[in-house]
Ligand binder design. Structure first.
Ligand code: NDP
Length: 250
């Protein structure tokens, strides 16, 4: 008979875009679960430091590392730095993302390029490093969105980048055969962060919050709990899947 462990052995977890929002909640949750957490950020060093400080105040271990995930050389240097500090990486959470919206007919090249650079190429850049360097038995969680499936107007290019992330997730799960590395994606619904709330009038926020049968917005901690499941011992048999964490919106 096999026994199921309820506690994960402490591991080294890299969370991209962890200076605020969902990524910050994931970093804090993984820190509480006993993992050493690398808090990646793009521009906001003070916010990343504050996240690392809360992890350490709770008895955990954290390191902040600046890197624009869209920059392949910066991502490689980040992996080098983490390996030099901790000897390896076991968990990669590809949370960093942006969501400028616009109808396809109105979208400029700059916005299109930025969405593809951060959401798609950014995820590719870290996956490529992880494919070469993640330790056996590792876990990868990518970030899609429930917009893939809902497909409302103005979300076309954002949804396209996230659908592409789902494709990378499934192919990479197959490419990790033999290494006991799982690769999954989380697809949150509306979640109360700057990315979702910025620029939306309160009545739009209220309407979107009521769409799910659970009749509220997701909180970053709801999404962090789903990530903790996938990277923890109870998620060991989940591989190559997209988990919609959205209160039932789709
Ligand atoms: P936020 O805008 O609140 O936070 C984004 C985080 O990503 C920040 O820490 C930011 O760092 C970082 N970031 C942005 N660009 C880069 C980059 N080029 N390189 C490294 N880090 C970067 O977003 P959320 O927390 O809401 O979103 C997290 C993920 O969840 C995204 O992938 C998003 O698409 C997805 N998602 C969110 C939903 C929602 O309703 N909130 C719904 C569905 C999916 P800094 O501040 O330092 O620039």
């Amino acid at each position: 008979m096999t026994t199921t462990t309820t506690k994960t052995a402490p591991r080294i977890a890299l969370v991209t875009g962890a200076s605020r929002g969902i990524g910050a909640a994931i970093a804090q949750r993984l820190g509480r679960d006993g993992h050493t957490v690398i808090v990646n950020y793009a521009g906001n060093a003070a916010a990343a430091d504050a996240v690392a400080a809360t992890i350490e105040a709770a008895g955990g271990r954290a390191l902040t590392v600046q890197a624009d995930v869209a920059d392949a050389a910066a991502v490689k240097s980040m992996f080098d730095r983490v390996e030099a500090a901790f000897g390896g990486i076991d968990i990669l959470v590809n949370n960093a993302g942006i969501m400028p919206l616009g109808a396809i007919g109105d979208m400029g090249d700059d916005t299109f390029d930025k969405l593809v650079d951060v959401n798609l190429k950014g995820t590719f850049n870290t996956l490529r490093e992880a494919a070469q360097r993640l330790r056996d038995g590792g876990r990868i969680v990518n970030f899609s969105s429930s917009i893939v499936g809902l497909y409302p107007p103005t979300y076309g290019v954002y949804a396209a980048t996230k659908a592409a992330v789902e494709a990378l997730t499934i192919v990479m799960a197959r490419e990790m055969r033999g290494r006991s590395i799982t690769v999954n994606a989380i697809a949150p619904g509306p979640t109360a962060t700057e990315l979702f709330l910025d620029g939306k009038p309160q009545e739009v926020v209220d309407r979107l919050a009521k769409q799910a049968p659970l009749e509220r917005l997701g909180q970053p901690e709801d999404i962090a709990a789903a990530v903790a499941f996938l990277v923890g011992p109870d998620g060991a048999w989940i591989n190559g899947q997209v988990l919609r964490a959205n209160g039932g919106i789709i």
